[in-house]
Each structure stands twice: as structure tokens, then as C-alpha cells.
Design a protein. Structure first.
Length: 219
């Protein structure tokens, strides 16, 4: 084979690799889109070899504006292993982290926790709590993220009105609003939250799942 032929083969192989990588990545991304919104899929290893086998050993999924149930604006960083792309895609093992910023938490709690009128959220990593500014700053509600049936819930730590401890009636109303917000979580799916951490970046959830199948979507 001449040098020119070798170069041509290499170029064609490289082009085929890029095309297959794009097609397979978009297919997986489309199956995930209905679950987590816009995402980017990165295939590990050779796309041509993975397609020939019908399986990829490693796939990374990232996104900066993911949708999780009623929550929007989350950042996801997921590691998928043993990804079978024959027929309905199946993931043997999923591990990763979901980071919900303070602004995204404020939007979610403001929409979901009726009666709290959340206008802002700040994180307190030292105490593992979130401080909610309510009713335009007239009050603050400090909550601790909790795990409940594989989803995040919030337990009341402190409530204040104009810097003073809130009356018992107000505390009761806040606790009820938090319970209702937790009850409106979607039904648990295959992906479970196994740990929650409050950081300067927001609320970080560690997630995992095994043997997950991604059915067809309208995307």
C-alpha cells in the first residue's frame, strides 16, 4: 500500500470515528433528554469498536441546566459503565453527582413550598444547612437537607421574623409547607440520591443506579 493510500485510510477511519461518535452520543443524549433535560454525552474509548460490540465500557454525561422533576438549573456529572446500545439502551452502573445552586434552590422552593415566599437561598456548609430568605427578607428559615426514600427533603432548624424567633403558629405553618413541598416530589425512579452535602456551590447530591433502561422518548 502506498503512503497516499495509508493516509487516505487513516483519514477515512478518523472521519468514521467522528461520525459514529456523534450519532451514538446524540442517540444516548436524546434518550436522557426527557429525564434530565439538555445534556452532553462523551463516549469513552473507540466509538467504532463500541458500536461493533454494541456496548461502551464508559460514558460520561454532563449538563449545566438539567431538569430533575420540578427542579431546573442543576449541574449533572454522571459516570455510566457497561452501556448497551443494542435496542433499548441499558446502563449497567450509574454513579455521579448533581449540584443544585442556591439560585436554583430558591426558584424550586419558591414555586414548591407554598406559603414560604422564598426570595433567596444561601448555603452554610459549616453547619450543613440552607438559609432561606422569605417574604422579601422579613424573615429567615434555616433548613437541613434530609434523605427520604431516595429524594431530598428539608427539615426545619430555625425560623425567625425580623431577627426574632418566629411564633409557634408561624413555625407550624413553615413545617407544613416543607412537608407539602417534599410530598410533591415525583415518584422514586431507578436513580437514587444516596448522600446530600451543602457546599459553597449549593446542594450536592450523590446519585447511583444499577441496570437502568432508557425507553423511547418524543425527542
Amino acid at each position: 500500500m502506498t503512503a497516499a493510500a495509508v493516509v487516505l485510510v487513516v483519514l477515512l477511519a478518523g472521519t468514521a470515528e467522528l461520525v459514529v461518535r456523534g450519532l451514538v452520543g446524540e442517540r444516548l443524549s436524546g434518550r436522557l433528554r426527557a429525564r434530565i433535560g439538555v445534556n452532553q454525552v462523551h463516549l469513552g474509548g473507540s466509538a467504532l469498536l463500541g458500536l461493533a460490540r454494541g456496548r461502551f465500557d464508559r460514558v460520561t454525561v454532563t449538563g449545566e441546566d438539567a431538569r430533575l422533576g420540578r427542579l431546573t438549573g442543576a449541574a449533572v456529572d454522571l459516570r455510566l459503565t457497561d452501556v448497551d446500545v443494542r435496542g433499548t439502551p441499558r446502563v449497567g452502573r450509574l454513579r455521579g453527582r448533581i449540584t443544585v445552586s442556591a439560585d436554583a434552590l430558591a426558584r424550586s422552593l419558591g414555586q414548591g413550598a407554598q406559603g414560604l415566599a422564598v426570595s433567596g437561598v444561601s448555603t452554610d456548609p459549616a453547619h450543613g444547612t440552607l438559609v432561606l430568605s422569605v417574604h422579601g427578607g422579613l424573615g429567615t428559615v434555616t433548613v437541613r437537607p434530609l434523605l427520604r426514600d431516595g429524594w431530598a427533603a428539608f427539615g426545619l432548624v430555625d425560623a425567625r421574623v425580623l431577627g426574632q424567633p418566629a411564633p409557634a403558629g408561624v413555625v407550624g405553618a413553615i413545617e407544613e409547607a416543607l412537608r407539602e413541598q417534599s410530598a410533591r416530589q415525583p415518584a422514586p425512579g431507578p436513580v437514587k440520591v444516596t448522600a446530600l452535602d451543602v457546599t459553597s456551590a449549593g446542594l450536592v447530591g450523590t446519585v447511583r443506579a444499577d441496570d437502568v433502561r432508557f425507553g423511547r422518548t418524543a425527542n
